[in-house]
Design a protein around this ligand. Structure first.
Ligand SMILES: Nc1ncnc2c1ncn2[C@@H]1O[C@H](COP(=O)(O)OP(=O)(O)OP(=O)(O)O)[C@@H](O)[C@H]1O
Length: 255
C-alpha cells in the first residue's frame, strides 16, 4: 500500500498508510478499538478500494483487477465470516467448501483429494476428530480453528486473520497461539497478517509489526524493533510497560 486512505463521509477510516508485506513475512497488526485494523484488512482482502493512494495485492493493483478472482488467492478468517456459517453445517464441509467460496448450503461434489486435504488441515489445527460434527456444536476456539483450516484449504498466497483469539478463554487462546506459531514457522505457509488488540496474542514466529492509531501508522517494521513500551504507549495513548518472557509479550499500565 502506498499512501492508502479510506474515507466514508467526513471520516477517514485509515489515512496515508504505506505498508509492504513480502511473501515470507508474518505480520501482526496491533491497535486499539476503532484504530482501522479491520479496514486495513478489508483493503488487503480486496473488499475495499482505497479512496486515496494505491494498493497492490499479490501483484495486482486494486481497481484494475477482477477482485473475485483475486480473492480466491487469499484466505480470510474473520468474525463476520464465522457469523455466516450455518450451525447445522458439517465441519468438514465448512473447511472443504472454501474452494468454492461459499458457506452453507453448497451442493458441490468433492473428491477424495479434497477430503484428505481438509482432514489433514483439521488435524494440524488440533480438530482432526471434529470433522463429522456440526459447526454449531463446536466451542468458540474450535470454530476459529475450523475457519483457519478453511482459509488454508485453497492453499492461499496470503492469509488474513482478523482477531482470531477474540472471545477465547485462556486455554483456548493459548492453544490457538501455539497453532498460529507452528503455522508462522512453517516455511511453506503463506504470507500472513494477524490483527489483534493484545500483545499477549502475538504468536512466536511472527516477524513484523504494524501499529495503528486513529487510522494512521504509529510504527512498522521488524517486530523486535517496533514492539517497545514507547511505541505501545503511543499506540494506546497511555503509559504502558511492555514485558517479555521468553518468546511471549505482556503489557500493563505504568504505576
Ligand atoms: N462505513 C463507515 N462510515 C463511517 N465510519 C466507519 C465506517 N466503517 C467503519 N467506520 C469507523 O472507522 C473506524 C475504524 O474501524 P475499523 O473497524 O477498521 O477499526 P478496528 O481497528 O478494526 O476496530 P476494532 O478493534 O474495534 O474492531 C472506526 O472508528 C469505525 O467506527
Amino acid at each position: 500500500m502506498t499512501g492508502v486512505g479510506v474515507r466514508r463521509g467526513a471520516t477517514n477510516l485509515i489515512s496515508s498508510v504505506s505498508w509492504n508485506v513480502e511473501l515470507d513475512e508474518r505480520w501482526v497488526v496491533l491497535g486499539g478499538n476503532g484504530a482501522g485494523k479491520t479496514t486495513l484488512l478489508r483493503v488487503a482482502n480486496a473488499e475495499l478500494h482505497p479512496t486515496t493512494g494505491v494498493a497492490h495485492v499479490l501483484g495486482e493493483r486494486l481497481g484494475r483487477v477482477d477482485v473475485f478472482e483475486l480473492r480466491t488467492r487469499i484466505g480470510l478468517c474473520s468474525s463476520a465470516l464465522l457469523a455466516r456459517v450455518p450451525a447445522e453445517e458439517i465441519v468438514r464441509d465448512v473447511v472443504m467448501s472454501a474452494g468454492y467460496a461459499v458457506v452453507g448450503r453448497w451442493r458441490e461434489r468433492y473428491d477424495e483429494i479434497d477430503t484428505g486435504r481438509a482432514d489433514e488441515l483439521m488435524k494440524s489445527l488440533g480438530i482432526g476428530h471434529l470433522g463429522d460434527r456440526t459447526f454449531g456444536t463446536l466451542s468458540e476456539g474450535e470454530r476459529k480453528r475450523a475457519l483457519i483450516a478453511r482459509a488454508l484449504m485453497t492453499d492461499p498466497e496470503l492469509l488474513l486473520l482478523d482477531e482470531p483469539a477474540a472471545g477465547l478463554d485462556l486455554g483456548g487462546r493459548e492453544d490457538l497461539v501455539a497453532r498460529l506459531s507452528e503455522l508462522a514457522m512453517d516455511p511453506d505457509a503463506p504470507a500472513t497478517v494477524l490483527v489483534t488488540h493484545h500483545v499477549e496474542e502475538i504468536p512466536p514466529g511472527f516477524t513484523h509489526l504494524l501499529l495503528l492509531r486513529d487510522g494512521s501508522v504509529v510504527a512498522s517494521g521488524l517486530l523486535d524493533d517496533v514492539l517497545t513500551s514507547e511505541n505501545l504507549s503511543a499506540t494506546f495513548g497511555q503509559d504502558l510497560i511492555l514485558e517479555r518472557s521468553g518468546d511471549r509479550f505482556f503489557a500493563r499500565r505504568k504505576g
